[in-house]
Design a protein around this ligand. Sequence first.
Ligand code: 289
Ligand code: CA
Length: 160
Amino acid sequence: KGDSGLSEINLVKRQVSTLEGQLRALQSSFSKYKQVITFPNGRIVGEKIFMTSGYEGNFESLKQRCSQAGGQLASPRNAAENTAIHQIVALYNKPVFIGINDIQTEGRFKYLNGENIVYSNWEPREPNNDKGAEDCVEVYTSGKWNDKSCGERRLIVCEF
Ligand code: 289
Ligand code: CA
C-alpha cells in the first residue's frame, strides 16, 4: 500500500510536469500568433484587439462592417485604447470614426450600447456641433477627437 501510494504521487508529478511543458509551448505559440495577427494593422490593449481592414465608409457602414465581423466599431474607454487607435490612424494617415455619438441627445456622447462615455480626448473647442450637423466622432491624425457629420467617409477600426 505504501509503495503504490508513492508511485501514484510520482505519476501525478510526471503528469503535472508534462502539462507545464505543454502550457509553456501554448503560451509561446499564442504570443507568436498575437504578433502575426497584429502585424501591421492591429494593436492589442489588455483583452481588446483593435484592427483595421483599410475599408472606408460612413458611420453606419463602418458600424455594420465591424458587427458583421463579430466585433464592434472601436470604442476607446481610456488613454491606452485611444493610443492604440491613434497608432493605426497615424499608420494610414487617415482619421477614423469611433463607436461614440450623440445622435440620441445633442451634447450627450454615448457608446454604441447607450452607456455615457467614461473617457474623452477632444481637440480644444470640440465638440462644436458645427452647422448643427455633427453627431459622430472622428479621431484626427493627432489622436485628438472632433465631432463630425456621420455621413462623411472615414477609415474603419474595429475592436474584438
Ligand atoms: O464641416 C466642419 C468640419 O469640417 C470641421 O471644421 C472645423 O475643422 C471645425 O469647425 C470642426 O469642429 C468641424 O467639425
Ligand atoms: Ca466638430
